[in-house]
Design a protein. Structure first.
Lengths: 342, 342
DNA sequence: TTTAGCACTCTAAGGGCGAGAGTGCTAATC
DNA sequence: GATTAGCACTCTCGCCCTTAGAGTGCTAAA
């Protein structure tokens, strides 16, 4: 669909004014805020047209207009200036400073989600890097106590993960070394997925070679068993989104929190977006969740050594500042990719 | 202060009814719900007395009574049945099941906070075990990539922690082994606190012995630098506390979220409680936080091998179910202590 | 000391009212 | 044909008033 210049201007004006004022936008408002050289009556005619197109709606007869999901969609696809950087130098510095303090991956993910929350005034979400396609680079066992062994695995991308294994019998340090050597020899350079698949076969093989070690093999298999594990997500501060006027009704807040605290909900939305394009915006009803029909989610991929490995997102009301959010996500994703890739 | 039997009964009734109904309690309600053999007028006289003592208050002239902080305090100290287990068998099984699934410490802490939230319908909080008094048992370095080394430290209690060190130059695996051997030799059995203090001196000593390793010593020092690190806390689900009627005003919710998302606030409250006794209840204004004056925090210590190492808490409105919360915390703390101590 | 009875107070819910915001239509104008 | 002034119309929101009802506190009697 193509809109005349004036209709585009007016639709753009409604979206912008609604985003900033959080109140239905009147013809009078548009003319005065944008210093347009047309009368309010003309604007009213156009508003009516835009409403007929399905881009705008009215809460009631004597109210101004608000964008519909379709209106936001048109705005986001056709009108919104991409490539514009809405971050101030102070904000950029703030981001870099916070990233500099963070020391481990959990901390980095946490900081990222908090930064997104703060800079967009909505909820920041981070989907941690997925490691399943990584290859095994190193593995090491450390005894925590008689019954527990800590396994640390390092992947080719410089990521790592850990599992605790409970054992029944004593396993000597020597045996642990032997096992890690075997695993490194057999699985070095193989993707974790493959390791997971092949492990079972290997177990039977080594079971006979190293009878004394039998009890531990099954535990090690669990180390690489990613299937049951969902992706890990980090949620930023809730206090900002709480202040958005759309959540002044507690009922809405309940919906929101029920939704975000069921981790698989956000994971599924973000995982879908991640496959589509670098930045993906899902608006209101497009989320396909009745309870969330007045929320939008913007998702931005991030990389590790050039490969897409995860995503960061903003969750806010459909009336969120899309352009600012995109800028924030872009900048943070780049910083994050850089830090992770080093 | 000592109350007559009847006054105690009535105060107890007010607290219970208010906790369950979330509405000011009338004389009529007390008599009918508790089947007391006295008239409402008598109850009214007693209520007035309890109000004069400062245990009860009225929202307005023609309303029933609600407990004051002082009233809750008296209830908690004198009236509340401790030693009663308010958990159903199903709830206990649920707790055990959830704990059985959890595989690493982060997961255990997360699950604990979620369980507390769910079972108390308030916010569960977990203060992770403090390791600073632990002694160093093992240390191991693994190269993540050219510029990053993962250090894993294990303590005598079977806990572990990790730090990532960024290095400028290449450090061979051989050198890493040497360094870990040195550290193990010098610091084995010393508390992390002491390691932290002595490290600086050692650095100068080894600086000369192993010139080639100089760049890494300072990084290792950072591994044991706990001072700047605050204790780690885990917050459970927010969706339950959100449904408590006291938070139907958004303003209250803002206060609450601003408070809980500033981590040091909860850390400081819980840390104070942890020193006092096994279970500590802080009610409303006792928190010393104006914004939180209608909330209470119950804190329960947990152990690792018999030593107090952290705490779990419930944060809810002052009108929370103290006895149920205590039961939940008690049971979970015991399970947690057991799992951690194994 | 307890209780019946009753006056009194305050809230919460509902209805009515008027101001104001903003539209949509009509007819005039460019 | 597009734009605009003018105006009737609609709906919300805040305000006030009223009323019902909940619950107290007091008084006087048991």
């Amino acid at each position: 669909m193509i809109l005349s210049d004036r209709l585009s201007t007016i639709l753009n004006a409604v979206v912008h004014l609604y985003i900033t004022k959080a109140e239905p936008v009147s013809s009078e408002m548009i003319v005065s805020y944008y210093g347009l050289d047309i009368s309010t009556a003309t604007v009213r005619n156009d508003l009516k047209l835009l409403e007929e197109f399905g881009f705008l709606k009215k809460p009631h007869t004597s109210a101004g207009r608000t964008p519909t999901d379709k209106g936001y969609r048109f705005y986001v696809d056709q009108l919104m200036q991409k490539d514009v950087d809405y971050l101030s130098d102070e904000e950029k510095q703030e981001i870099r400073d916070e990233f500099n303090i963070a020391r481990d991956y959990n901390e980095i993910m946490r900081v990222t989600s908090v930064l997104i929350s703060r800079l967009t005034n909505n909820l920041g979400v981070v989907l941690a890097p997925n490691m399943i396609k990584d290859t095994l680079k190193d593995i090491h066992f450390m005894a925590l106590n008689d019954q527990r062994i800590l396994a640390t695995m390092v992947t080719n991308s410089g990521l790592f993960f850990q599992k605790i294994m409970r054992v029944n019998c004593d396993i000597s340090e020597e045996n642990l070394k032997t096992i890690s050597k075997i695993i490194k020899k057999e699985f070095y350079g193989k993707s974790l997925e493959v390791v997971n698949e092949e492990m079972l076969n290997q177990i039977y093989c080594y079971y006979f070679k190293y009878r004394t070690l039998d009890s531990i093999w099954e535990l090690i298999e669990n180390c690489f068993n990613f299937t049951e594990e969902e992706a890990k997500i980090f949620l930023g501060n809730r206090s900002y989104i709480l202040r958005q006027p759309e959540f002044k009704e507690i009922r809405r807040l309940n919906y929101l929190f029920d939704f975000i605290e069921e981790e698989k909900n956000l994971i599924s939305i973000i995982s879908k977006s991640i496959l589509k394009k670098q930045i993906d915006i899902v608006i209101g009803s497009e989320l396909g969740q009745e309870a969330m029909e007045d929320c939008s989610v913007i998702t931005r991929q991030y990389n590790l050594k050039g490969k897409i490995r995860g995503a960061i997102s903003v969750l806010g009301p459909t009336r969120m500042n899309y352009s600012k959010s995109v800028s924030v996500l872009d900048f943070i994703a780049n910083e994050l990719s850089e830090i992770l890739s080093e």
